[in-house]
Write a protein that binds this ligand. Structure first.
Ligand code: NAD
Ligand code: 3DD
Length: 468
């Protein structure tokens, strides 16, 4: 069996929900229909490291319908929907994902996702956060200099990655060089993964072209904003079933995700505070009616804390030690380093109590002074750890861009190493594909009007960089 899932018997339920999702993903289904005959991905091996949800199942089956040979794993230990993974496995796509993986199991699944039956690697990668990209690049570097795998690290996950790469090195010390030789391109789904790619490109370490899907307008200005606006409070409510109205909520970061989160909490009639480092985003928060303050000031009054920055150490152990009793702490950023969970675990005299298990992780931490806080999803992204993430319609726009990115890579396999954006006309086409579903009626420019504002009648329209 070239798959590993929680329970293959969940496949029928997963198939039912995939059928529902397809009707909510009109753009993705339209692209599947448009390109199915051409088979642009025929014979191309694609490995995906992206939350194994019902919506991702529709992406997988779109890439497969366009001819690709696919292997899949999730990009987070809590985000897999087991019935989605079962349905994909039952459809014959090798998938290695289940909700509640250990970190070692996660990285073993990542290695399986990157390794085709003949031992070869993928031609193209769908990445979300950069872990698949990291495994290939670190493996390649270790084949040049095995000593890097012995560098001391306090981070448990680094030790696990190094251990797995050492085992691979012993099996074949040119494995990753052969993988890179076949690799034609990467698509990156999320902000934090793009940060990592740009960092690698700047350091001259990136080995292949990468398409920045996140910064397609129809991805980040939809998924990151409206997706989080829908799924943040879903996660908090499923975890705590708490009344948000009347409470004070602190949103750390007011970028795309922070904007969606702040609006969601405002819609619940919570009193929303915001922290920011960027003066433009801070001013936007003020214009939206939110009080902009620091975490140091918020800890005295907030009942709910949400990190949305894509940065690290946003909520420190000192903040948590000073929080009000029964405060709720969660993160919706990609990685679990926004909240100092390790220091919370090691705080002298802390008492940890599991309230809910890996199906919706909730833990209560009681400090020696008697006050307690609730940590959701172990500090990992709460909308996918404690709920089911964004709904299908908004994931359709994201995954249209993913599919177009892979068709582009397949057509341009020898493009120079670098990080690239999706063409603006394609971005607008993705939006166009979603209007009918919502009954939206587009107005058509006259030639005089097009000339007056200096655009082509059929776009692209926003010449300057789009700002939310
Ligand atoms: P963004 O860059 O648009 O926004 C991040 C904001 O945080 C910026 O405005 C930045 O100024 C601010 N910030 C950075 N450091 C800060 C600090 N120390 N204190 C306060 N504010 C700070 O990024 P984004 O697109 O909003 O993504 C944020 C994170 O969410 C990323 O990790 C991204 O990968 C992730 N994401 C998660 C989901 C999900 O479904 N959970 C969806 C999309 C993106
Ligand atoms: N993400 C949120 N909900 C998701 C879902 N239902 N399926 C797959 C992925 C999902 C995460 C995305 O927003 C990803 O694009 C990101 O993290 O940026």
């Amino acid at each position: 069996m070239d798959y590993k899932v929680k329970d293959i018997n969940l496949a029928a339920f997963g198939r039912q929900e995939i059928a529902i999702a397809e009707h909510e993903m009109p753009g993705l289904m339209a692209i599947r229909e448009k390109y199915a005959k051409e088979q642009p991905l025929k014979g191309i091996k694609i490995s995906g490291s992206l939350h194994m949800t019902i919506q991702t199942a529709v992406l997988i089956e779109t890439l497969k319908a366009l001819g690709a040979d696919i292997r899949w794993a999730s990009c987070n230990i809590f985000s897999t929907q087991d019935h989605a993974a079962a349905a994909i496995a039952a459809a014959g796509v090798p998938v290695f994902a289940w909700k509640g993986e250990t970190l070692r199991e996660y990285w073993e699944c990542t290695l399986k996702m990157l390794t085709f039956p003949d031992g070869s690697g993928p031609n193209q990668i769908v990445d979300d956060g950069g872990d698949a990209t990291l495994m290939i690049h670190r493996g390649y570097a270790a084949e040049n200099n095995p000593a890097i795998l012995d560098e001391p690290s306090e981070v448990e996950e680094v030790k696990i990655i190094n251990s797995i790469l050492k085992e691979q090195l012993a099996r074949d010390n040119q494995h990753w060089h052969k993988v890179v030789a076949d690799l034609r391109g990467i698509s990156e789904e999320t902000t934090t993964g793009v940060h990592r790619l740009l960092h690698m490109e700047k350091k001259g370490e990136l080995l292949v072209q990468a398409i920045n899907v996140n910064d397609a307008v129809t991805k980040s200005k939809f998924d990151n904003i409206y997706g989080c606006r829908h799924s943040l409070t879903d996660g908090i409510k499923r975890a705590m079933d708490v009344m948000l109205a009347g409470k004070t909520a602190m949103v750390c970061g007011y970028g795309d995700v922070g904007k969606g989160c702040a609006e969601a909490l405002h819609n619940e009639r919570a009193r929303v505070l915001v922290s920011e480092v960027d003066p433009i985003c801070a001013l936007q928060a003020c214009m939206a009616g939110f009080k902009v303050c620091t975490m140091e000031n918020a800890v005295k009054e907030a009942d709910v804390f949400v990190t949305t920055t894509g940065n690290c150490n946003i909520i420190t152990i000192e903040h948590m030690a000073a929080m009000r009793d029964q405060a709720i702490v969660c993160n919706i950023g990609h990685f679990d380093n926004e909240i100092e969970v390790n220091k919370l675990e090691k705080f002298p005299g802390i008492v940890k109590e599991e309230i809910k298990g890996s199906f919706c992780p909730v833990h209560k931490y009681t400090f020696p002074d008697g006050h307690s806080i609730y940590l959701l999803a172990e500090g990992r992204l709460v909308n996918l750890g404690c709920a089911t993430g964004h709904p299908s319609f908004v994931m359709s726009t994201s995954f249209c861009n993913q599919t177009l990115a892979h068709i582009d890579i397949a057509r341009n396999p020898d493009r120079a190493v670098g990080v690239y954006l999706i063409d603006k006309k394609l971005d607008e086409e993705v939006a166009r594909l979603h209007l009918a579903k919502l009954g939206a009626e587009l107005t058509r420019l006259t030639q005089e009007q097009a000339d007056y504002i200096g655009v082509e009648i059929d776009g692209p329209y926003k010449s300057q960089e789009y700002r939310y």
